[in-house]
Design a protein around this ligand. Sequence first.
Ligand SMILES: Cc1cc2nc3c(=O)[nH]c(=O)nc-3n(C[C@H](O)[C@H](O)[C@H](O)COP(=O)(O)O)c2cc1C
Length: 325
Amino acid sequence: MAISTRLTQRLGLTHPVICAPMDVIAGGKLAAAVSGAGGLGMLGGGYSDEDDWFEREFAAAGNQAVGCGFITWALRKNPRILDAVMARKPKAIFLSFDDPEPFASKIKAAGIPVLCQLQTRADAERAIDCGVDVIVAQGTEGGGHGGARATLTLVPEIADLIARRAPQTLLCAAGGIVDGRGLGAALMLGADGVVVGTRFWASPEALVPASLHSAALAASGDDTVRQSVLDIVRERPWPARYTGRVLRNDFVREWLGREGELRDARAEQVTRYRTAARVADPAIAATIVGEGVGLIHAIEPAAVILERMVVEAEARLKSGAKLIT
Ligand SMILES: Cc1cc2nc3c(=O)[nH]c(=O)nc-3n(C[C@H](O)[C@H](O)[C@H](O)COP(=O)(O)O)c2cc1C
């Protein structure tokens, strides 16, 4: 039994599941584990400011075919890193946040599939104009940076747009998908596959400190919040339209809604943050997870997560059909 979609056919995957490119925590080990289990693993790459990161993590992925992600506005500051990555012929390149051009055209011209993660219908119109191969509609439930729209309405709205304007374009859903229920639901909303972050973050292959894993296992989806205070002390000035979903810890509680004051106190708070991040103190350091964290009860190998997600989705889809009398 298998779930075959346009995504599995087009990208040559066994399962319609892509591991999100997550900052520098999605390294070669995680990407290779997901690709090896039949999905598509992605190297995160973070803010494109560490020239040797991709080289090291491609090596860690060994012979597995993996893709690479870029935060598009950060790539604009160091565009030559894209050439180095393209020379390694990744299985796909994933652009998120900000206009995908001129990168999308360049990647496509090299014959590498382009995925574009976005948060609004207007972004999707633009991605279609740019001819991207796969649109990843990211709902606000997701971990990390994103927008305000929910997965449940964003995905079908963009599915309808694609059907009207560019039926050859594929669609993935992202945000809040952690198990077979989420995968099955996303396919029913009109997606060809899913992009999963938080669930794979909670795996031993992800480059995540144990203290942050423990904090996440103790949390519910209620304990996450979209915010910008951590970007201030991490000194990552994101465009205002994107906020980041994280666990609401002591630092976030202290400063949420007082961003101006935090900027004024930046010198001392940046030092405080750096010290805490160095020892991965979850009371201050960012634990970047989505609402789906409340559905995660163990740190498990990526292959186990993927296999269970697919088997559960198959069972759910089959039993759903029985509802029809
Ligand atoms: C720890 C973490 C780091 C992330 N970093 C990035 C990133 O660097 N680039 C990116 O495009 N998306 C990033 N994301 C967002 C994911 O691409 C994806 O949209 C999100 O994880 C999907 O929602 P989920 O976490 O509920 O699965 C990150 C997500 C997490 C959880």
